[in-house]
Design a protein around this ligand. Sequence first.
Ligand SMILES: Cc1cc2nc3c(=O)[nH]c(=O)nc-3n(C[C@H](O)[C@H](O)[C@H](O)COP(=O)(O)OP(=O)(O)OC[C@H]3O[C@@H](n4cnc5c(N)ncnc54)[C@H](O)[C@@H]3O)c2cc1C
Length: 294
Amino acid sequence: MKPIEFDAPTSLQDAIRLLGTDPGKVGLLSGGTDLIIQWRGGRRELSRMVDLKHIPELNVLEFDPARGLRLGAAVPCARLADFEPARQHYPALVEGAQLIGSMQIQSRASVGGNVCNGSPAADSICPLIVLGAAALVQGPRGNREIPAALIVTGPGQTALQGGEILVEFRVPAPAARSSSAYLRFIPRNEMDIAVVGAATSLALGHDGRTVTQAAIALGAAGPTPIAADAAAKALVGKKIDEASLAAAAAAASGATKPITDLRGPAPYRRHLAGVLTRRTIETAVRRARGEERL
Ligand SMILES: Cc1cc2nc3c(=O)[nH]c(=O)nc-3n(C[C@H](O)[C@H](O)[C@H](O)COP(=O)(O)OP(=O)(O)OC[C@H]3O[C@@H](n4cnc5c(N)ncnc54)[C@H](O)[C@@H]3O)c2cc1C
């Protein structure tokens, strides 16, 4: 390990300035649970590390029933998981955050870092996609919003441009009679990367049976997270029954572009995408009806 500069700015402007001091060689550190491992392992060459944990804008965690959730990019997963409005209104996001590593990892790791690491298997990205979240990013030329579905552009790559920092996620207010769920499959109980992950968000009509809105996303099922629009379309306007569940699950399997690797062969991943999609729909429906909660 070579010695590097370390800064812990307390303002976003200072962090943006420091990021520009040595383009490509400055590492932004939220929790460091990816960054430090990559640096120590020689996969990232850094001249400077900029700790983002002391910047107020990146530590915002607020819910407003009309405006929705604001989640600062550096908020640790454990803090999100303890935030009652998130548990109540965005259970898929809390489920994703609670699957990241162990309690020790979650007390450091952020959803912002999970997404900026650019892994299509990250456990928070599919929940953000189905909840319609947008990322607010800020750089030397001002700020802009990126829809969650467009952030991860390939393995290890994101839509953030050089000099930009992810500030917060904005998640819209939940619709009436709506809820969500996230599930992943791993071959052991914890501390592993998803073989496949699936998230569903949906809203029900007054009858509590007909789906009025739906979004489904799949992780580790292709080079980027996949918004499985055909699977969501198979639900909208339909009652939840065996036919609509089977149609959504088949469409989810069909939306995957999986690889075969040591975690599992492509056909297995395709099958899992259907199974997990069906289960997340069933859970989201029970939650939307008030029969179950996280
Ligand atoms: C033992 C262990 C188990 C794990 N298990 C899981 C798991 O089950 N599921 C899972 O999804 N992940 C897992 N991970 C990976 C990791 O913990 C997560 O990806 C974590 O959420 C990353 O967040 P962080 O705050 O630590 O990010 P950091 O390591 O600080 O940053 C990650 C990347 O994002 C960049 N970055 C961070 N913040 C910003 C920002 N605000 N703006 C722009 N770029 C930024 C960094 O420069 C870096 O490239 C595990 C890691 C370990 C060590």
